[in-house]
Design a protein around this ligand. Structure first.
Ligand SMILES: [Zn+2]
Length: 286
């Protein structure tokens, strides 16, 4: 489902990263916190060379800016974390767990690590008092809508034991991916916004903060409903993320809720995937 390998260039050098960082900062002004998203691993020297890392850590350390970056678990060792903390101690580190189910990690996501690797990395971060943000993926391919909801709820429960923040990320259809090929053949539908609401409702109130901002929400390639109720639900999800108040979540009256609920009931019996059912209910595609 991830299209970054298609979008990224292999000719980027350390000086390009530093220049991009400086360029972005010049338009920001003074801020208390920076998220530096590599959409990969900030601690992988093949992605962020040592001098670019030094530059960014030095900047944050001088200004007392909290730095959030993400990393795969294999780059999180006690030695590496201590080394980074020596240069800048106000960190938050994001881990893309996606699913706490090893079968989903292996067959739906091709993640290349198992839940125990996430557990080991999060233990190291906690020993070093680094707050953890965990990414959870809603509806990777080859899961039914119901399986996807259950998988995300179980994953958030697992992650919330060690995380300060959990970010729920519904899959969106990116260009050049297997998911896009399946989507074009009616074999994949991004999650319904009803499903996003259900996962949030079941998971809120655990120890951690729960955030959700669906990429491409309300559009055919992102988490969406029928087109009439999408905006109301999306703005309620935003209001919930900001307030953590479940009362802010919106459950508008809309007939598409019946379609969602019916699709969930029969999808387990459908041969070849319930995506086929979308032919009957889906809006015209761009
Ligand atoms: Zn609707």
């Amino acid at each position: 489902m991830c299209g970054y390998n298609v979008e990224s260039s292999s000719h980027i050098e350390s000086k390009d990263i530093t220049a991009q960082f400086e360029g972005a900062l010049s338009s920001l002004g003074e801020v208390p916190m920076l998220k530096v998203y590599t959409s990969g691993s900030f601690l992988d020297v093949c992605e962020i060379p040592e001098d670019a890392l030094d530059h960014i850590l030095g900047y944050c350390s001088e200004r007392g800016t909290r730095l959030l970056f993400e990393s795969r678990p294999e780059f999180i060792t006690d030695g590496k974390i201590k080394e980074v903390l020596e240069r800048h101690e106000d960190l938050e580190i994001a881990l893309g767990l996606e699913s706490s189910n090893d079968l989903v990690l292996k067959y739906s996501i091709n993640k290349g690590f198992e839940r125990k690797d996430y557990d080991a990395a999060s233990a190291i971060l906690r020993e070093n008092s680094v707050p953890i943000r965990t990414y959870v993926l809603l509806k990777p391919p080859f899961l039914t809508e119901s399986e996807a909801i259950a998988d995300s709820i179980a994953t958030i429960t697992h992650a919330s034991r060690v995380s300060e923040t959990v970010s729920l990320n519904p899959v969106n259809v990116q260009r050049g991916t297997v998911v896009e090929r399946m989507w074009k053949r009616w074999s994949y539908r991004p999650p319904w916004l009803w499903s996003v609401l259900e996962v949030i409702k079941a998971s809120a109130g655990q120890a951690c903060r729960l955030l959700c901002e669906p990429t491409g929400g309300g559009r055919e390639r992102g988490a969406h409903n029928c087109g009439r109720c999408d905006d109301v639900i999306l703005s309620s999800i935003k209001a919930f993320s900001e307030s953590q108040d479940l009362a802010r979540l919106g459950w508008p009256e809309c007939s598409c809720r019946e379609v969602w609920s019916g699709a969930k009931e029969i999808e387990g019996y459908a041969m070849g995937g319930a995506g086929d059912l979308q032919k009957l209910t889906r809006r015209a595609r761009d």
